[in-house]
Design a binder for this molecule. Sequence first.
Ligand code: IDP
Ligand code: MG
Length: 141
Amino acid sequence: MGIERTLVIVKPDAVAKGVAGKIISRFEEAGLRILAAKLVHLTHEQAAGFYIVHRERPFYRSLCAFMTQGPCIPTVLEGDNAISRVRDLMGATDPAQAAPGTIRREFAASIEANAVHGSDSPESAAFEIPYFFDALEISAR
Ligand code: IDP
Ligand code: MG
């Protein structure tokens, strides 16, 4: 609760489709502030490290391949209750299960190529934000 920071990634499928701006707009329209952003093409090792918590899952290799298929846009967003608000705006992991009006319902193609990542807890955000951004790359606003 209170002001939180969260790591959001516009995933490679959404960047390739040219909907990165629309997705980032959803967060801005919800009042979340962008503190950092960049475009990066992850190596397999970088994707595997980011998703290390999923290493035992059957989809881990495929997920890492997907995340390296083109550039993605990691961002740090800040706002009141940002972690859960971002998760609500994203919708369910599987776009077929995502509520109408959510980002994944509108922009995701599949349970894997699902357009966007958002930290799922304060502990995840504390790992994920510095995975992509040095303290000096994150602006106070
Ligand atoms: P989340 O992104 O909604 O938090 P997680 O369960 O943490 O979902 O899974 C991380 C990512 O792994 C998902 O966003 C999606 O890209 C991929 N993924 C999750 N479940 C599956 C699956 O059953 N098949 C293929 N890819 C999956
Ligand atoms: Mg997750």
